[in-house]
Structure formats: structure tokens, C-alpha cells
Design a protein around this ligand. Sequence first.
Ligand SMILES: Cc1ncc(COP(=O)(O)O)c(C=O)c1O
Length: 388
Amino acid sequence: MPTMIHRRFNFPELDRLYLQFQKDSKEMAGYPDNQFFNYSKLFRFLNFHINNCGDPFQAKASYYRINTHKFEKEVIDIFAQLFHAPKNNYWGYVTNGGTEGNLYGIYVARELHPEGVVIYSQDTHYSIAKICRLLRVPSLHIKSQPNGEIDYNALQDALAHEKRPPIIVANIGTTMKGAVDEVLKIKEILADLKIQNYYIHCDAAFFGMILPFVHEMESQLFDFRAGVDSIAVSGHKLIGTPMPCGVVLVKNSNAEKINSFIEYIGSSDKTITGSRNGLSPLILWYELKSAKREKLTEIINICLKRASYAIQKFNEKNIKAWRNKNSMIVLFTRPSDTIIRKWQLAVEGDLAHLITLPQVTHRVIDAIVNEVAHESKKPKAKRGRKSR
Ligand SMILES: Cc1ncc(COP(=O)(O)O)c(C=O)c1O
């Protein structure tokens, strides 16, 4: 049997797939996945099945030793520092992505407030509605402002009429428009209404790795200093990793509510899945240790400047384009399906966006702007999209 496993096969379809990915990753302008990374130093770890089941913070090692719990814990420590988590009261783990982090935050919230209601704006990522259904938690939609930020007056109205403890999801960068719900304003509303029994979860999937590195976060402060209870962030978005991953951070005293000891693995467990990817913590650890704060700040500033460049280029061609503060998500009028598919743009209704992550260079921006401008000069009927 081992000889079968080790025989070298030559599959031409794999070569084709590889070449296709090389091309596609250079034309990926619409989704928040940084395609620039090099983890070749870690390739050797692909020779092991690394499984992080259980709690990375447990004092005693679990029976299954091929894990990266130590590295995972260090990753969580780095995020805890970044998000100013209470020193002796934080806990977290490396998730499968932002969605699992959101699931975790709302799961903990529901355990603390079984009668609670999840409140979120209409610009919130679809994972939240899915999670509410999954956890059978009631929810309320609040309308958004045109820039995608929650409408604070509508939120105040809803809270004033609500008897159930609110579990508020604050968007730290909405998916489509990159708008940030101001946690401090939300806290002010809660204080004005004298609501004391509440939970705030921050969906910081993309911007959780942007805002801590910008100079003017001020009103967009979203971390534990602002009084939030949990934060979910994706690892593959700004940092860039070969597989989806993320981090969730909660107050340990809250996470303890769902802790249990599992004899089979010899470990306590308060995570969601059983087997957990042990490679992604290693990759995040490697990148966070090697990139350091200065490097990340530099990359983020370059990306933000490129977003301004994109807007300027669109405007020079008389095409309206805009972005929110501290956002690398550039919005413009939805172009034809041909352009959307070519550049893998994200769309919603009449809007499209591109995101100036490292693979979206000036050359890519120029190409998209020129194609959109060229198309906008054509009569509508001749554009590559049927009217919707
Ligand atoms: C605001 C927001 N939350 C959650 C998610 C889901 O994250 P993931 O794809 O890592 O599960 C996304 C993904 O784009 C997002 O933009």
C-alpha cells in the first residue's frame, strides 16, 4: 500500500489548474483576499496531519500531540494586544474564517442572554442572518444610511421599544460598502436608554486588520476599550493565507459558560468544531511574526492610497466612484457582466466594487477604469449585460 501512495503521478489537469490560478489571482479585484504571500518556509509542514482539536489555552497538552496549540495561543495573544483585550480575561482561537467567528460571538451571546434578540443593520454580511437561523435566535433588521453605516436613529427607536436584551452586531467594515458602525455611538444610545443588559459583537472580518494600523481610527474605535464583548476577524482577507481562516476573541469569563471537558481528547473544549486546522495558526503566526507592525502599517497605507488613486482615475473619466473613511473598498456603478467576470468584481444591485489589496496594482486599476469608461460610452443596448 505505501508504494501506491508514494508513486508519482503526473496529472496534466493539475498543471492546467495551477496555470489558471496564476492568471486568475492577478485578475482578482473584487473580493477581500490578499493574494500576495509566500509561505514556502512552511511547505514541509504539509507532510503532517496537524489537528488542533480542543482548547489552545489549556494548561495540559491534549493526547493528540501533532498540533500547533502553542502557536495558536501566541496568535491569539497578538490579536488580544492589538484589540486591547482585558489582560487576564480573554480567550480565543483560530477559526475557519469570519463566519465561524461571528457564529462563536453570537453563540456566546445567546448563552449569556437566552432571551436576547440579535440586532443588525441591513448592510450586514449574510453570515449573521444564517447564524440567527442556525441558533434559533430572533433578530431585528435596522435600516442603514446610504454609506452603509447603521442608521443610529432607527437603532435608537428599535432599542427604545425592545424589551429583550439586545445582542448588537456592529459592522467594522460592511462587506459591500466598507462602512463602519460606530461602537461608541451605539454605546451612547444604550446609555441614554439606560439599557444595561446587552452584548456587542464586532464583525471585523476585513477592517479588524486595517483600523488598528491607521492614524485616524478615533470615532471608529471598535476594540475592547470601546466596551465590546467579542470580535471576529478573517485571516485570509488583509493578511492573506492559502486557506480561509480567522480569529475570534471573547472575554474568557463569557466563553467559560460553554466550556466542557472531553475525555476522548484529554482536553477542555469551548471551540465550535471538533478537528481544527492546525496549519492556519502556523501560517498566521509566521506572517504576524515576520511582517511586524511597521510592515503591516506600510502595506495598509499603500493599499489605502491606491483606493484614492482608483477614485481619482474613475473621476477623471467622469465616472462616479467613492469610498468610506479608512476603506480600500472603491464603489462605482455596476458595469457589464463581462467586466464583472473578467475582474471578479463583487456586485450588489446597481453597485460594484473593487478592493485595492496588493494584487490590485495601478496597472490593474487603470485597466478596469479604462474598460468601464470605454463601455460607458457605448449605447446601453450594446453593453455586455442584459438590463436587470
Ligand atoms: C463583514 C464581513 N463579515 C463576515 C464575512 C465572512 O467572512 P469569511 O468569508 O471569512 O467567513 C465577510 C466576508 O466577506 C465580511 O465581509
